[in-house]
Design a protein around this ligand. Structure first.
Ligand code: SF4
Length: 92
């Protein structure tokens, strides 16, 4: 559904007829690490990420995987491998 709260007009998975169903009932504004990313969009309510409702959570365990401003400069991801996926790759 289309958001009618902080990111008005943006199609969002968390929006329902009862309002925003995201944890806390609203998106959270971008964090300092997001500065320069093309997904940052300014709304009358503040600066929000077009992809993630809680940008701080995307940076808590490493770099945000959807960040557009890190390309070429640094490797994306946190360098950790998912052992389950790694074992599947090895068995091919
Ligand atoms: S995609 Fe990641 S880095 Fe870019 S604004 Fe969203 S949370 Fe921040």
């Amino acid at each position: 559904m289309v958001c009618t709260s902080v990111k008005e007009g943006v199609e969002c998975y968390f929006m329902s007829k009862k309002g925003c169903q995201f944890n806390g009932g609203t998106c959270h504004q971008v964090v300092e690490e997001c500065s320069g990313c093309q997904k940052v969009t300014e709304f009358p309510t503040g600066k929000y990420c077009l992809v993630f409702p809680d940008p701080a959570a995307k940076w808590r365990l490493g770099k945000c995987v959807m960040a557009t401003h890190l390309k070429g400069k640094e490797k994306r991801g946190n360098g950790r491998l998912n052992p389950l996926k790694a074992s599947k790759r090895g068995s091919r």
